[in-house]
Design a protein around this ligand. Structure first.
Ligand code: NAD
Length: 493
């Protein structure tokens, strides 16, 4: 059985206590991974602080840093196939997704940042009255990156590429459900030859190490992607010693399908927005609102296609949907569906554990479509993080906007319409950080991404996402003609 050590101060550390890592498609143990305890947390905090305050990484030239980041990009590309298989084994998601999305997109993020960070970091000078003001970007310092299990390598890469390029030293903590690709990335980083302590990668249950890691004064910033309850805990820990936070939290996003939409495109796009990655996406469109004129046709086509989604183990190239990440996640999905039925919602398809013998050992769940859901039901309001979607009717676009905004979350929205002007008008009224029109899930390295309201704050990606990992210093220099600004003589006159 393969074992995965931690990566601390440039060394691979095998701990005495290890955890089993499970394949959710079969329940089988696929590897063992080391677990950080208080001693390893102290080691990473001390290593990262030392590396930032006295080490090479923040002091390298841009050209040197760029070269290292491109080596990480190349390392991921060189091992793309192995990484895709590993991500699929550990998360259950279909190999097509990891091969064409997760792994190449992870590599691409390092490449994009390597090619652009120098431009993003360039200082600005502004002249104000007699002063010249230099606005300089500096790294934040020691940055803790905490990532979830739904896109383990990709979300780690978004954070790591920016944090590193900005000159920070970094502690990366993957989810203990899916630590393997991050621990493989440690080997790529080590082979790339980054200075000791520039990147530390640890694995442990967040509840065990979160407080020690996130409250420590040696940490300057925490970039967290995960659930709202854990986000709130981290805000609590970090409040003990103020630090900068990025919070990428949950969602309950809405798709609005207007009557003039291309129905075929809207149906197929909505299947993707509801069920990709088993619906375990923060930007999942878990509420679909369809204009009444096309509602019946949409429901008929959407449910017919949802029923045909082929479940299977991720390594099977024919599988379109893998298992959920854990038994607990499946229990949660089943409970929400049952409760919604009791409250009067109509289950149109799925929502059950499949009976196929091949799927019995895994955490499989048939994609569920529900109608007649009221806005006060938990299934309408709460994030489930599973292939469960509610489809509702609306009559006017104003009503659709009001329904879509009836949520504590504000992460994303899809608008499907043949009338682009109307779609843009609707987009302007939606209280969410990212809107897709006639498409779904297009993430670009150039475009900032992040939610509003309870979906969090701060951005990933784009120049703005990159600059989150910097602090801004203003250096004001006197340029008065006589070199004697009045303020210097305030008490001398
Ligand atoms: P989670 O909050 O349970 O865990 C996220 C990470 O936090 C994991 O690494 C976990 O080990 C760690 N953690 C847990 N308790 C901790 C603690 N007390 N202190 C410090 N760290 C702790 O989330 P999850 O179940 O892994 O992922 C699903 C959630 O992530 C969903 O709510 C989803 O919407 C959200 N998510 C958001 C985005 C986004 O960009 N907004 C993207 C992906 C996922």
């Amino acid at each position: 059985m393969k074992t995965y050590p931690l990566y601390i101060n440039g060394e691979f550390i095998q701990t005495k206590v290890e955890q089993e890592v499970i394949n959710p498609a079969t329940g089988e143990i696929i590897a063992r991974a080391s677990i950080a305890s208080a001693a390893e947390i102290e080691a990473v905090l001390s290593s990262s602080r030392q590396a930032f305050d006295h080490g090479e990484w923040p002091r390298l030239s841009f050209a040197e840093r760029k070269e290292f980041i491109l080596k990480i990009n190349q390392g991921i590309l060189d091992q793309a196939r192995e990484l895709a298989e590993l991500e699929t084994l550990n998360t259950g998601k279909p190999i097509k997704e990891t091969t064409f999305m997760d792994i190449p997109s992870s590599a691409k993020t390092f490449e994009h940042i390597a090619q652009n960070f120098e431009k993003y970091l360039s200082a600005q000078t502004i002249k104000v009255e007699d002063a010249e003001c230099l606005l300089a970007r500096e790294p934040m310092g020691v940055v803790v990156l905490i990532v979830p299990w739904n896109y383990p390598l990709l979300i780690a890469s978004w954070k790591l590429a920016s944090a590193l390029a900005a000159g920070n030293t970094v502690i990366l903590k993957p989810s203990s459900l899916t630590p393997l690709t991050a621990l493989e990335l440690a080997k790529i980083i080590d082979s790339a030859g980054l200075p000791k302590g520039a990147v530390n990668i640890i694995n442990a249950g967040g509840d065990k190490i979160g407080s020690g890691l996130c409250s420590d004064k040696r940490v300057d910033m925490i970039s967290f992607t995960g659930s709202n309850p854990v986000g709130r805990q981290i805000m609590g820990y970090s409040g003990q010693n103020s630090k900068k936070l990025i919070m990428e939290l949950g969602g309950k996003s809405a798709a609005i399908i207007l009557k003039d939409a291309d129905l075929e495109v809207a149906v197929n796009g909505s299947l993707c927005s509801s069920f990709l990655n088993q619906g375990q996406m923060c930007t999942q469109m878990s509420r679909i609102f369809v204009q009444e004129d096309i509602y019946d046709k949409f429901i008929a086509d959407f449910t017919a296609k949802a029923k045909r989604i082929k479940l299977g183990a991720g390594l099977d190239f024919q599988a379109q949907m893998g298992p959920l990440i854990s038994a607990g996640q499946r229990e949660k999905a089943l409970a929400y569906v049952e409760k919604a039925k009791e409250q009067g919602a109509k289950l149109l398809c799925g929502g059950r554990i499949p009976q196929d013998n091949n799927l019995k050992q895994g955490f499989f769940f048939e994609p569920a479509v529900l109608a007649d859901v009221r806005a006060d039901m938990p299934i309408f309001q709460e994030e489930i993080f599973a292939p469960v979607v509610c489809v509702n009717k609306f009559s006017t676009s104003e009503e659709a906007v009001s329904l879509a905004n009836k949520s504590d979350f504000g992460l994303a929205c899809c608008i499907w319409s043949g009338d682009e002007r109307l779609a843009q008008q609707v987009a302007a009224k939606i209280n969410a950080g990212i809107i897709w029109i006639n498409t779904y899930g297009m993430f670009y390295n150039q475009v900032p991404y992040g939610g509003f309201k309870q979906s969090g704050f701060g951005k990933e990606l784009g120049k703005e996402g990159f600059l989150e990992y910097t602090r801004l210093k203003s250096v004001i220099t006197d340029r008065s003609a006589e070199k004697k600004p009045l303020v210097n003589y305030w008490y001398a006159l």
